[in-house]
Design a protein around this ligand. Structure first.
Ligand code: ZN
Length: 66
């Protein structure tokens, strides 16, 4: 399993309103160090957004260790 950088798209997220698992987000947007996902529940029609924040090492922090 290759560890690619931005492929951790979430799946089976439970609906924030009724708890029904949603197979995949209907929309996603990558911006800077985070990704936004929009979910639409097939059970109750509720839509909500989740945000995933990636912690990427900064070159300046790496340099400080030397
Ligand atoms: Zn729902």
């Amino acid at each position: 399993m290759a560890a690619a950088s931005f492929t951790c798209s979430p799946t089976d997220n439970p609906c924030a309103q009724c708890g029904e698992p949603i197979e995949r987000p209907i929309w996603s947007e990558h911006g800077g160090d985070r990704m936004s996902f929009v979910w639409s529940c097939g059970g109750c029609g509720y839509q909500f957004t989740t945000i995933a924040i990636f912690r990427m090492p900064h070159p300046e922090q790496r340099r400080a260790a030397a």
